[in-house]
Design a protein around this ligand. Sequence first.
Ligand code: NAP
Length: 284
Amino acid sequence: MLTGAGKVAGVVGWPIAHSLSPLLHGYWLDALKIDGALVPLAIPREDFARVIGGLQGAGFRGVNVTVPHKEAAFALAHFCDAAATAAGAANLLVFHADGRIEGRNTDTVGLTEAVRERMGSLQGRTIMLLGAGGAARAAVLALDGLGAAKVHLLNRQADKAVMLARSLQPAVRCEIMPGGLEDWDKVAPGADFLINATSAGMKGNPPLGLDLAQLAGGATVLDIVYNPLETELLKQAKARGLATIDGLGMLMHQAVPSFEAFFAVKPEVTAGLRACLERALQHA
Ligand code: NAP
């Protein structure tokens, strides 16, 4: 049961102007002819808890949560799903009628669906995953769920990869092998699938600068960065003739459970939605 007479939800972050959530949810609201709204709200860190209380009181159904509030959202929630608990971070808060706030993390399901629709199962595969932040944590859980055998977890600061591997290994079946980006040459030739889960290559950030010539010809490259949609990494992978997956699939799929929680209908990820987001990104 959800609170509130109106069908209104929010997305909170600082800054928030770049968020594609209002467009994405707005597309589904139009397509499904639901008279509702998802409102972008720029909330500084120090105001987060107070604003969440205010939105709950005003009848909002919940909020999507983005940088820098995901850990605060996890701490504020009265109860959390397994993914948010594993991540220590929530990207979705659902306001329930009894006043309790539920924290969820939909990044794992988003990446799982994005990979499944392009590659199916990852049974027995060896993956090279770059990064050791929130997105990489969600990615390890997604890869494990898809049956990956081995995940080489490489991060600029190798000690963070070691810590992440240590915290996740007891919860997963795949073997996590942590290291630094300097291990690239050693690991790349044996990887079936490369995933960038760092913020390198994002608009305003330098690209990773890795030599993709080391990857096997049958490897697939996924970049979870979606702005720009075609990152330097994906350009290089295409130039080598490798299969590529951009970050929009994950973005669209991670929004499905939040739309369903807010508006009580499960929306579909369609080519029309992708085209709408691609157009917006061309002008971002
Ligand atoms: P985060 O927790 O801040 O982690 C950032 C990671 O990027 C760290 O591992 C960091 O390495 C690494 N990094 C940053 N700059 C780097 C550089 N120049 N070279 C190499 N590594 C670098 O961020 P996050 O939440 O995991 O998000 C990471 C990216 O995923 C962001 O671009 C975000 O937009 C994207 N994302 C996309 C989706 C989607 O739906 N497609 C969903 C979630 C996140 P150090 O630890 O060494 O600093």
